[in-house]
Design a protein around this ligand. Structure first.
Ligand SMILES: [Ca+2]
Length: 280
């Protein structure tokens, strides 16, 4: 027979044991719930990625369509699509109409930075940073940076034209927000082609010419963009051997966004009207 005092102890021990088990169970439930949340987030992300990828393929199909009436244009018009319930905004950019960063001078980069809203000392730092990163010498400009500045991060100034927009993330004065703005207007390595303003933005014409905002070429391009797109699109021949960027933005639950950017070359072979060269 158990003495009353011992009975009390057994009760305490049992209650304690239940409390410990309950705590363990609660922890397991929390872990399981957060796992479900993680899995759900991964599934949502995969769905958004698939939708954006589908948007890229639809755009390339539209761009190389045999029917001029339904053919997509490369001047940045935004198309609203829906893939499996996920809304998509898709547009095409002409890489030949972009500012070619590996070919521009001190002046052009200054005009571009200014046009993108960079001002004051930040403008001087980004300008000099770009100039020093790309010029052949190792003489540091007043607000710039040469290899000495980059060695801490295991880098050297390229001392040549940049090979990608992403590379500029390393350059003094360049922020991720600035890079995002750059992507729309600037490119590198579009092959051996000249800048072609036919489908470009007024800002690209401004930066690639003399930096003024109201040149005749800019005014004409503004007029075209304002009203003559349909006529232009209908008369547009199929674009052979042209490099374009397709940008597809999928919006998921809660407003989360996933952006797929693919660079493709058109009309390379008869059996493949386009070839994707780069995806990010
Ligand atoms: Ca340099």
């Amino acid at each position: 027979m158990i003495a009353p005092a011992e009975r009390g102890y057994a009760m305490v021990a049992a209650v304690g044991g239940i409390a410990v088990m309950a705590a363990i169970a609660a922890t397991l439930v929390t872990v399981a719930t957060s796992r479900i949340d993680t899995v759900q987030a991964e599934v949502t992300r995969a769905q958004m990625q698939a939708a954006a990828d589908a948007g890229v393929i639809v755009a390339l199909g539209g761009l190389t369509s045999d029917n001029p009436g339904s053919r997509w244009t490369i001047d940045g018009e935004v198309h609203d699509l829906n893939f499996d319930g996920i809304p998509l905004k898709v547009h095409i950019e002409d890489e030949h109409g972009k500012i070619m960063l590996d070919r521009i001078s001190d002046d052009n980069i200054g005009w571009l930075l200014e046009a993108l809203g960079v001002q004051g000392r930040q403008l001087e730092i980004a300008h000099d940073g770009f100039v020093d990163w790309t010029d052949q010498d190792d003489d540091t400009s007043p607000e710039g940076a040469e290899s000495e500045y980059y060695t801490e991060r295991g880098l050297l100034a390229r001392n040549d034209g940049p090979q990608s927009i992403d590379e500029l993330a390393e350059v003094r004065g360049f922020t991720p927000q600035l890079l995002d703005r750059f992507r729309k207007f600037a490119t590198v390595d579009t092959g051996e082609v000249a800048f072609d303003p036919k489908h470009t933005t007024p800002l690209a014409i401004q930066v690639m010419t003399d930096g003024v905002t109201d040149s005749p070429a800019i005014l004409q391009r503004r007029r075209e963009m304002g009203g003559q797109r349909t006529a232009l699109a209908l008369s547009e021949p199929k674009l052979a051997k042209r490099t374009v960027s397709v940008v597809a933005v999928a919006t998921g639950p809660g407003g989360a966004q996933f952006t797929r950017r693919a660079v493709a070359k058109l009309g390379v072979k008869v059996q493949s009207p386009w070839v994707i060269r780069y995806v990010e």
